[in-house]
Write a protein that binds this ligand. Sequence first.
Ligand code: FES
Length: 230
Amino acid sequence: MAVQAIPSSHQVEIAILVKDTMSNSLTTLGGSPLLPEDPSRRTALVTTCAVGAVAGLGVAIPLVSTFQPSERAKAAGAPVEVDLGGLRAGEMRRVEWRGNPVWIVRRTPEMLESLKKTDPQVVDPKSEQYYQLKTPEYAKNQVRSIKPEYLVVVGICSHLGCSPSDKFQPGAQPSLPDDWQGGFLCPCHGSTFDIAGRVFKNKPASRNLDVPPHTYLSDTRLIVGEDKKA
Ligand code: FES
């Protein structure tokens, strides 16, 4: 003989609640051509709907319970701590803050030196304009950062919101000028940015990559989204 699973008391309560609710709703539709005339068929329809609804709840409850508060806090803009240990010179680390990509680049001396060459070629060398986030005072300099070695920027192009690609290798290459010093290329419409996230002149994007508020807790611990301690 087949053995049927016995529903928990919680499921039974939900089933009764849903059945009552749906029964009431269907009752208010009395005379509707959508409901069968036969009372036994009406009961079967209501029961089927209630069981289906409970089955739906059975799927939905685990999904809701896995949405942890920390994820909600992150989506709401909570600061993100980044461990910079292991990030080598010339490498980039990506984190997410407020649903946007934030890039941390550990720049080499050569990369920093290249900013002197790109300075006259960019639209806003002193970061007086901004896209969505006002440039923090500590980033209104040629390197656009607290520590020259580390660049911290939001990876969203100010033209139409694409996310640029890192193009750190200097020299001629497709879609880039022959005297390319290393930086970022937006693949959507070709805007280019130097290794401080400053947009070059005569490109679709008109603003530099935003610098988010950030601060350092130690030499290898960075907080993105908060700068009270800076
Ligand atoms: S979105 Fe970046 S150039 Fe258009």
